[in-house]
Design a protein around this ligand. Sequence first.
Ligand code: KG4
Ligand code: ZN
Length: 340
Amino acid sequence: MLLLAIETSCDETAAAVVQDGRTILSSIVSSQVAIHAEYGGVVPEIASRKHLEMICPVISQALEEAGVGMEDIEGVAVTRGPGLSGALLVGFSAAKAIAAAQIIPFAGVHHIEGHIFAAFLEQPVEFPFLALVVSGGHTHLYHVDGFGRYTTLGRTIDDAAGEAYDKSAKILGMDYPGGALIDKLAQTGNPDAVRLPRPLLHDGSLNFSFSGLKTALLQHVARHPQVAGSREISDLCASFQQAVCDVLASKTESAIRQTGARHLVVAGGVACNSGLRARMTRLCEKLQIGLSIPKPSLCGDNAAMLAVPGDYYLSNGLASSSAQDVTATWDMDSIKELLP
Ligand code: KG4
Ligand code: ZN
């Protein structure tokens, strides 16, 4: 199927044209990051308004770059949730309207299942596999048995990894979102320079906690106010990055051993992180299992990733009904209950 995919769950207006859930013909991402940076975080009302402004131009550009017309599109895949309700509504309403006007089906997709299946746009993976999703809103370990069949093994009990990066960056005086900048500075720092905690490392669960780590960084900065803006900041960033990677790698290793998984997929914006990519590569080599981490442009929010599960649902008669609405919160484990 030739699908149009649409994503507007947070601060990126994105559209893509994808053939058979595998081949990207175009992928357009219009980011609002610069607008929200002024406020130190995403402002929901501004996000919705900006999506409204950008949705039609972004869809037109996706069709144009793919060299197809709206009449060639056979179905639409769109983020139904989770995310900011007002932002989700813009993309979801556009998808519904296109589906109604063109008399084609549409599929409402979970944003995180999109992130997980971004890896399939490079190389499909055999089921079952383990997925570590690390983004601004999620730090979750899932057992993936098939499209729509997800079981949560562990999750953050407070901040997500990306949120911890962004809040720590703010403490260090960096612009929002500061995850990538901490990563850049970390690459030239000494990861053993500052002792920081590894929350929940030995609690026996597969859950994560990052708020204490961010607080420890805040306390370090309070004791050493000269650190922000000095060369020592690279050491602090490297130490922070090592603490995050230690916890993510340790819990992922436990999950692999507990499930006997033969393949790991790492997904979400924080999967761009250089330290995490290197760490997961070493872990999977040690355990002799397969690893997929998409290229950075497919780790962050984009629409092409939604076309992979979207194509599966639409090809298997699992289209969404026009009565369906967006959902700001949505438990991944509940999706399998909707499947035949
Ligand atoms: O998946 P994503 O684009 O949006 C959400 O669904 O949340 O993830 C965005 C998050 C932000 O917190 C951002 O700071 C973080 O991913 N991020 C990084 C890096 N690149 C993006 N965090 C650490 N290192 C990076 N290189
Ligand atoms: Zn995302």
